[in-house]
Design a protein around this ligand. Sequence first.
Ligand code: CA
Length: 477
Amino acid sequence: MMNPKKIIYLFLCSFFVLFFSCKKTNNNESLSELSHQKKHLKPNIIVIIADDAGYLDFGFMGSKDLNTPNIDNLAQSGVMFSDAHVTASVCAPSRAGLITGRYQQRFGFEANGTGYGDSGDIGLSNDVVTIADVLKKNNYKTIAIGKWHLGATPSDHPNQRGFDEFYGFLAGGRSYFPLKNPSKELRLQQNGKRVTFDGYLTDVLGDRSVSFVEENKDQPFFMYLAYNAVHTPMEAKESDLLKYKNHPRQYLAAMTWSLDENIGKLRNKLKELNILDNTLIYFISDNGGAHNNSSESGPLKGWKGNKFEGGHRVPFIMSWPDQIKPNQKFDGLTSSLDIFTTSMAAAQIKPDEELILDGVNLLPYINNEKQGNPHQELYWRKLEESAARIGDFKLINLKDFGSTMYNLSFDLGEIEDISSQDTATYHELLKKFSIWEANMIAPHWREGKPWEDVTYYIHQRLMENKPVLYKEPRNKK
Ligand code: CA
């Protein structure tokens, strides 16, 4: 028989072993909980893109007749940029610049469309890296919702471009209502499979943004949320049209209201799930207001498709309550190129060294750690038209016609060509533009003569401050 002392000793030993092993388990649990929380310090990232919205067509940009309470709240929750630009004044190349963080002319994605027709559909070259590629590689769950317009071949499909999920359509535009027999490009799809829907497309895309957040609230996610609102066709819900019954821009007002409502829906869900504060949200329009959607550009000259400010200066918001103070306005020169670089910094990701990014991390500028302008210069080129912004000066070039120069500090409307008054600056801008251009490649496709001719004509007339008599090939007199 065992000695009672030994029994007590053994009992105590097993108690301590049990106690400490339990304790160890508890420690492990709290450690894993901590690392779980730490992992969650990586912010969710959402890029919301509006299509063809006018510079003045949001409350936070000064609109008096369009209502955008939710987008205005988003602006108030962070910073709005007053001198922000996209890299192209039309849809496809602008998105190519944004999603790669690089001037799209570096990889030949310069003209609108994606190269279909004569040249075959080319889209994004296969070696081009997107922001989704990098975030996915770093354990972000990624989704592209809405308009793609970056190519329709199998290798261009969002699922091949870093997105775990694609819930949208490949084309540059489509009806907001269900289509009977939509083409491969026009149909709404989820990862290649057609999705049929009832109702209004803006709501359908908004609903998916909300359900995706619900499904992925426990892990960092990246959402590229590209609404086709407020691109043509001008189509709105009956209830929204009723709301704006006597509005002079009834359809645009109703479409904008629906866009705003759906952005509000997404923010409310993030708030409800308690992840709004650690979600970095960008809001931007892909180019200036179009001539055919009754948009307004306020003091800016030109519209979608132009190298004047009305073509590429856009509303831009950044919100991240955990890291960015609310109610800020930032006047420095910024670009859609900055979204990639800033997101990398926010997520503490170092992209591969061979990846040349043209953007700047905006966070230190917004948080007052760095002073001055994020960009000293920005450049644009689409076929025969190009432009440069250096400091306050803006250069516009039209091939075989000439160049004009403006000082935006007193001439935001780009009326007074000062190229012959300030020849030193003018030649410096021409030189800087050609240095930039030397690093770009030739476009992989063009737009076709009718559109190229109209675009050329519009630029010539605007440079001469003469009325533009037609804006589309079919209206040519
Ligand atoms: Ca657009």
